[in-house]
Design a binder for this molecule. Structure first.
Ligand SMILES: Nc1ncnc2c1ncn2[C@@H]1O[C@H](COP(=O)(O)OP(=O)(O)OP(=O)(O)O)[C@@H](O)[C@H]1O
Ligand SMILES: [Mg+2]
Length: 350
């Protein structure tokens, strides 16, 4: 099991600084790198894999410095399996040849054949797909073959760049779980790049939240969601409405009235209100704030309602998670109540 340590990693393309002094430690297990499109995720993976050279900073794999001190170690010498964002399989090779591609034993040797079969078992594909061409596989099966190819040479570390982004929701979850099981079985250290929060929170041991070429927080899924390091992390990972407020002795007053808070002391704060902390009630509920429904998203198992709180302190938009039955219509008047403890940040942190 190898630990990846990235220190002060900087990379520009022309005038644009894509990574700006990035520090990251990836221990054994699965680390998800979560960030918006264009924030530098693929660039980070390509630097770690050795397809790009950093402008500054070092990359260590275990006790080896592979970039940043002297001559960089070439990609083949890094013992890294890479599943790229697009076009992962060689289209002219069958499944067996794809998986055996990086094996020194070759596909025809007994050891090579055995390894390919082991890999098909590991990624939970039937052995008889070995003779098929990539275009004869479903999208989910292709992703599993791409992972099998990356894992076949028993790398110390596996990098996966949005491996499930082309799959539909159901297949995505199933493939994600199978890939996570395969990664855990091999005990490789893995970095999984995604911009899907659910995927990051449910599959990874550690989540690294990235924005504009830096990491905002690197912690367990529960810590990133329940104790976000900043308002930016709170609103990016899971939704949160950010509302300015004045805090005193464990509660805060804002356009939402008075709510119990946690996380900040007295003074100006920013509240991060999660959808599950907002209850929708009747418009004439005297204990609730009056709001107008702006938008409704129906998910089947539940729904979210985006509503504008109407009050003297100026409008505030909140999102509520509600049960799938009795979802209000856009334009309707409703009551909303915010239940503490709402997360609060000192205002200067934003
Ligand atoms: N070879 C390159 N030459 C010039 N600019 C590049 C190059 N590679 C990436 N960039 C730019 O660097 C920025 C980060 O790109 P990168 O591919 O790392 O983003 P990403 O986080 O992987 O995004 P996505 O989620 O869309 O895949 C983008 O603005 C991109 O246009
Ligand atoms: Mg990318």
């Amino acid at each position: 099991m190898t630990t990846l340590r990235v220190t002060g990693l900087t990379k520009s393309f022309g005038q644009v600084r894509v990574l700006d002094g990035v520090d990251l430690v990836v221990p054994a297990g699965i680390t998800a790198v979560l960030g918006a499109s264009g924030c530098g995720k693929t660039t980070l993976l390509r630097l770690v894999a050795g397809f790009l050279e950093p402008d500054a900073g070092t990359i260590r794999l275990g006790d080896r410095v592979v970039a940043g001190a002297g001559r960089p170690v070439p990609p083949r010498g890094r013992r890294i399996g890479y599943v790229p964002q697009e076009g992962a399989l060689f289209p002219h090779l069958d499944v067996t040849a794809n998986i055996a591609f990086g094996l020194s034993s070759g596909r025809r040797s007994e050891a090579g054949r055995r390894r390919v079969q082991e890999m098909l078992d590991l990624v939970e594909l039937p052995r008889d797909v070995g003779g098929r061409q990539p275009h004869e596989l479903s999208g989910g099966q292709q992703q599993r073959v791409a992972l099998a190819r990356a894992l076949a040479p028993a790398p110390d570390m596996v990098l996966l760049d949005e491996p499930f982004s082309s799959l539909d929701a159901g297949l995505r979850e199933e493939t994600g779980r199978a890939v996570a099981r395969a990664l855990r079985a091999t005990e490789a250290t893995a970095v999984l790049v995604t911009h899907d929060q659910g995927e990051a929170l449910s599959l990874a041991d550690q989540v690294a939240v990235m924005a504009a070429g830096r990491f905002l927080q690197v912690a367990t899924p529960a810590a990133v969601y329940l104790d976000p390091a900043s308002p930016a992390v709170a609103s990016f990972v899971g939704h949160a409405a950010l509302v300015p407020a004045q805090a005193l002795a464990g509660s805060a007053t804002s356009a939402l009235g008075r709510v119990a808070i946690r996380g900040a002391g007295d003074g100006r704060v920013l509240l991060a209100v999660r959808p599950e902390q907002v209850t929708v009630t009747a418009a004439d509920d005297p204990s609730a704030l009056t709001a107008e429904v702006l938008e409704v998203s129906f998910f089947g198992h539940d729904a979210t309602v985006r509503a504008r709180v109407l009050g003297s302190a100026g409008p505030v938009d909140l999102t509520a998670r509600v049960s799938a039955t009795g979802v209000p219509a856009p334009g309707a008047r409703i009551g909303v109540r915010v239940d503490g403890d709402v997360l609060a940040f000192p205002e200067d942190l934003s």
